[in-house]
Ligand binder design. Structure first.
Ligand SMILES: *Cc1c(COP(=O)(O)O)cnc(C)c1O
Length: 398
């Protein structure tokens, strides 16, 4: 039972209480419904649940009360109408695309996509007769050209992982809508605290909840936030019948994560800005890519569509891969890890790990140089992180 809402609450309140639906026991924290099925008082009640005359939980692949709280909280945070939780970020991206496309359709995607998202777009979709065109994030003429023809969907990631390139959401959404396309934005790098793509023209937002939403490296999960019509016509039936559903346990962990997301993202972003400035001033570094820095080439766009720079940055070392490796191997506090969005600070070398499979031309086009190191800034004391960063930067210069 939820008490009547008397005002539109701020995001920090919604992160703690959005979707809260207490049982008759009046528990404080969200209940965990770790059940697959449901029972009925009578055969007629089961029939009514299946013919749609009564709305209720029937099977946890379709709906589950713990998932519903998580979905309502994400809906409120992104400013959408409906959300659907999925087993991983990749399940969310794949479902958002596959639920709507059919053979003969055309899809336009950003070049700067998470590796598996590129695979789904460029390898999987064409197998089913879908034509896919790729456009670089900042290539305005490229978006205009690609979206001059009828298009079913656009998938883009801003800011991008790992090189922190931005795509102008308003501009691409206007072109995409004129082409008849649904705009899907992967918001995993920013989090709903830093960026709300639906406010900037996107139709569908996808997340890897594995990252900042969990925030403590525990569970895999994803979520799709969209409008009512998209859910009814495309997404709802697709997920119900294909089964990419999230475990209620993971949804419960994400609910606990969301309660502190606002606090955490403020700290991640403040520390990231401090570290970005330290790195930028160091002679071993050719460039720092962080949307919160004035030197970011798309800084004006970052100010328009992001509330802060977020917790992710990339450092490009003058000495190439050798310097990047010297830096990584000199770190004493920050861990080497291909993951991101954790309380622990994590660093990785995308060219030889997460993006190893890309051919050299693709790497270059995405800004994934041999000297690039991605840093996911954690919640440790900023002075300790600065100490670790400075020593490793010195080691990179040798
Ligand atoms: C991690 C990530 C994904 C995939 O999410 P999983 O939860 O690992 O499946 C998709 N997009 C971006 C931008 C990511 O960082």
């Amino acid at each position: 039972m939820t008490r009547p809402v008397s005002r539109p609450f701020h995001p920090d309140t919604l992160m703690v209480r959005g979707g809260l639906d207490r049982t008759a026991f009046q528990e404080t924290s969200e209940a965990l419904f770790l059940n697959s099925g449901y029972v009925y008082d009578a055969a007629e009640a089961a029939e009514a649940a299946f013919d749609g005359s009564v709305e209720r939980y029937v099977y946890s692949r379709f709906r589950n009360p713990t998932l519903s709280v998580f979905e309502e909280r994400m809906t409120a945070l992104e400013g959408g109408c409906v959300a659907r939780a999925t087993a991983s970020g990749m399940a969310a991206v794949t479902a958002a695309l596959l639920c709507q496309v059919r053979a003969g359709d055309r899809v336009v995607v950003g070049r700067e996509l998470f590796g598996s998202c590129s695979w789904v777009a460029e390898e999987l979709l064409p197998r089913y007769g879908v034509e896919v065109e790729v456009v670089a994030a900042a290539d305005e003429a490229g978006w205009t050209r690609a979206l001059a023809r009828p298009t079913r969907a656009v998938l883009l990631e801003t800011p991008s992982n790992p090189a922190l390139r931005l795509t102008d959401l308003h501009a691409v959404a206007a072109l995409a809508h004129a082409a008849g396309a649904t705009v899907i934005v992967d918001n995993a790098v920013a989090s709903p605290v830093v960026q709300r793509p639906l406010e900037h023209g996107a139709d569908v937002v996808v997340h890897s909840a594995t990252k900042w939403i969990d925030g403590q490296g525990r569970c895999l999960g994803g979520v799709i936030v969209c409008g009512m019509a998209f859910d009814e016509e495309h997404l709802g039936p697709f997920l119900r019948h294909t089964g990419a559903c999230l475990s209620p346990f993971n949804a419960w962990v994400f609910l606990k994560g969301l309660e502190t997301l606002g606090l955490r993202m403020a700290r991640h972003a403040a520390t990231a800005l401090t570290l970005a400035r330290v790195a930028e001033a160091h002679p071993a570094v050719a460039a720092v890519w962080y949307p919160g820095l004035d030197s970011h080439p798309q800084r004006a766009l970052a100010v328009r569509q992001m509330r802060s720079g977020g917790g992710l940055m990339a450092l490009d070392f003058k000495g190439g891969q050798e310097a990047a490796y010297r830096f990584l191997n000199a770190l004493q506090l920050i861990d080497i890890s291909n993951n991101l969005g954790d309380a622990k600070s994590l660093a990785c070398h995308p060219a030889t790990t997460t993006h190893q499979r890309l051919d050299p031309a693709d790497k270059a086009a995405q800004g994934i140089t041999p000297g690039l190191v991605r840093l996911s800034v954690g919640l440790e004391d900023p002075e300790d992180l600065t100490w670790d960063l400075e020593a490793a930067l010195d080691a990179a210069r040798d």
